[in-house]
Design a protein around this ligand. Structure first.
Ligand code: GRG
Length: 297
């Protein structure tokens, strides 16, 4: 099979992801609750990096699996990620104004409407996986298990809990790392796992993919913390500096910029070693991992 280079992969995968996301949320429903779809489209179809769905498709491509099977789990992860951004921006959490280059959802709609939009995207993500075509019942269960595990208490919600519960407190690197693994790295690990599940990868291969995702996911968050200090809200398209305002522990407050960069580079190397242990070459994943760690936005 001819190997796809990263450039053409990104063009083809991004196009398919955007098209599928736009198809999945109704645009012309005449229900009493249709405004929910408008707000879901506002957040979901805003220009995000689509990193998590790209990772799902990159795994599928590396294993020679069909993108038809991978696209629904890929979109489900983007929905879960978008729900987390909507909720994280709410006044009861980070109370931010700008996301993906636009006003946050609760600045455009009432707060209850933004909250329900997040709930809808989270719930709908599981509905589309459960109803996916060309995916076996066994694969669906594995996908749902992976998504719910990584989005739940031992993943994203647990990480967010640690984050909010420790505002204003001094935190050791080990707790911060646990928070980053939960809040950020878990969903990235879920993306790699879901790619492995649709590609019928073995348990051993899937556990290497999980490890790679958790490791590069912490590096991704370290870079996020660095950019929050060193970039601008115009460049990033989101509010910056709220961590400092709320006296939150970040990689910068705990490690400083230089050490945070060094740790991110070490994590990238470890994540690449997990990829090297897989049964096949994964140049697309290596390239995405590099971009995640050497990004400017
Ligand atoms: C679970 C209720 C609840 C809240 C969610 C994960 C989370 C908790 C909030 C998101 C805020 C945040 C800073 C998360 C860390 C992960 C992260 C770096 C998100 C931004 O991801 P990008 O850069 O965003 O991929 P785009 O907009 O490009 O998709």
């Amino acid at each position: 099979m001819k190997k796809m280079e990263i450039g053409p992969f990104l063009v083809k995968a991004s196009t398919q992801i955007e098209e599928k996301l736009a198809q999945l949320i109704p645009s012309q429903e005449r229900e009493a609750y249709s405004a929910l779809f408008a707000s879901a489209r506002y957040s979901l179809l805003s220009p995000g990096k689509r990193l998590r769905p790209l990772l799902v498709l990159a795994v599928a491509e590396s294993y020679g699996a069909s993108w038809d099977q991978a696209l629904i789990p890929a979109c489900a992860i983007e929905m879960i990620h978008t729900y987390s951004l909507i909720h994280d921006d709410l006044p009861c959490m980070d109370n931010d104004d700008l996301r993906r280059g636009k006003p946050t959802l609760h600045k455009v709609y009432p707060e209850w409407h933004a909250l329900l939009t997040g709930d809808y995207l989270l719930t709908y993500a599981f509905e589309i996986v459960a109803s996916a075509q060309n995916v076996s019942a066994e694969q669906k269960i594995a996908l749902i298990r992976s998504l719910s595990h990584h989005a739940g208490a031992s993943g994203m919600i647990g990480g967010q809990f640690i984050d909010l519960a420790n505002e204003g407190k001094s935190v050791e690197w080990s707790l911060l790392e646990q928070m980053h693994r939960g809040k950020t790295a878990s969903l990235i690990a879920a993306a790699l796992e879901c790619g492995g599940i649709v590609a019928h990868a073995s348990h051993e291969e899937i556990s290497l993919l999980t490890q790679a995702g958790l490791t590069v996911g912490v590096a991704f968050q370290l870079i996020d913390d660095i950019l929050d200090e060193t970039s601008t809200s115009e460049e990033l398209g989101k509010s910056i500096g709220s961590d400092r305002k709320k006296q939150k522990a970040t990689a910068i407050s705990v490690l400083g910029i230089k050490q945070a960069q060094d740790v991110a580079e070490d994590l990238l190397k470890t994540a690449k070693r997990c990829l090297d242990a897989l049964s096949r070459p994964t140049p697309l994943l290596r390239s995405l991992f590099e971009q995640m760690t050497h990004r400017r936005k």
